[in-house]
Design a protein around this ligand. Structure first.
Ligand SMILES: C[S@@+](CC[C@H](N)C(=O)[O-])C[C@H]1O[C@@H](n2cnc3c(N)ncnc32)[C@H](O)[C@@H]1O
Length: 200
């Protein structure tokens, strides 16, 4: 049986509506930490103008590849092994990078690597879309997010909900500027950064 995430089933519709407009002018998307592949399958089928490249840690690749083989549309590429800690990432330049619910899982040093990798992978007019829970000005956006953060840290002390301002600083250092911050169901957000005009 294929790996399955209830959360993906709930959030894939609302995320798609953001991506539909954010990625309207993009042609190629790299997804980081594709997990079960439910997002990749849903988004690639609904956005046929995109070439969607899923990726995962090498050890998590097999179930992802199986879902994509069984359910993937023609514009959904076979997944590649990608650990954000690698340098450089084993990818060609892309128009956009998407990642859902990864930045609170990986350690902060890997979050830094994520933004460095994104900065290098994006072309001159690239976009970064990140879905998940975030803190703003040191505050949680809900009690349930505070509770989730306690749960994450009890499970793995180097994980945790990230501060938007710290992520935005890393994005700026990678040549990206915030273009949109969408409120999503269940106190999540979709953050969209874009390459600064004239950026590398
Ligand atoms: C909470 S899951 C989210 C999966 C999927 N994006 C979703 O929304 O359901 C976090 C994902 O990050 C991946 N991951 C963890 N460390 C990673 C790393 N260093 N580089 C790339 N992906 C990583 C995990 O394998 C896992 O699939």
């Amino acid at each position: 049986m294929l790996a399955f995430s209830e959360a993906c089933e709930r959030n894939k519709g609302p995320i798609l509506e953001v991506l539909r407009s954010a990625l309207a002018s993009s042609r190629s998307v790299l997804e980081i930490g594709s997990g079960t592949g439910q997002h990749a399958v849903h988004f690639a089928a609904a956005l046929p103008h995109l070439s969607w490249q899923p990726s995962e840690l090498a050890g998590q690749l097999a179930p992802l590849a199986e879902r994509i083989r069984l359910e993937g549309a023609p514009n959904l590429l076979a997944p590649i092994a990608l650990n954000v800690r690698e340098h450089p990432w084993p990818v060609e330049a892309v128009d956009a990078v998407f990642s859902a619910n990864t930045l609170h899982i990986i350690p902060w040093s890997a979050v830094r690597d994520f933004f460095r990798g994104v900065g290098e992978a994006l072309g001159r007019s690239g976009l970064l879309c990140v879905y998940g829970p975030f803190r703003y000005q040191g505050e949680y956006t809900s009690d349930s997010n505070a509770e989730f953060d306690r749960w994450l840290k009890a499970r793995d002390p180097v994980s945790g909900i990230r501060d938007f301002e710290a992520l935005d600083e890393l994005a700026r250092a990678a040549g990206l500027v915030l273009a949109a911050d969408h409120a999503m169901p269940a106190n999540n957000r979709t953050l969209v950064w874009q390459r600064l005009p004239g950026g590398a």
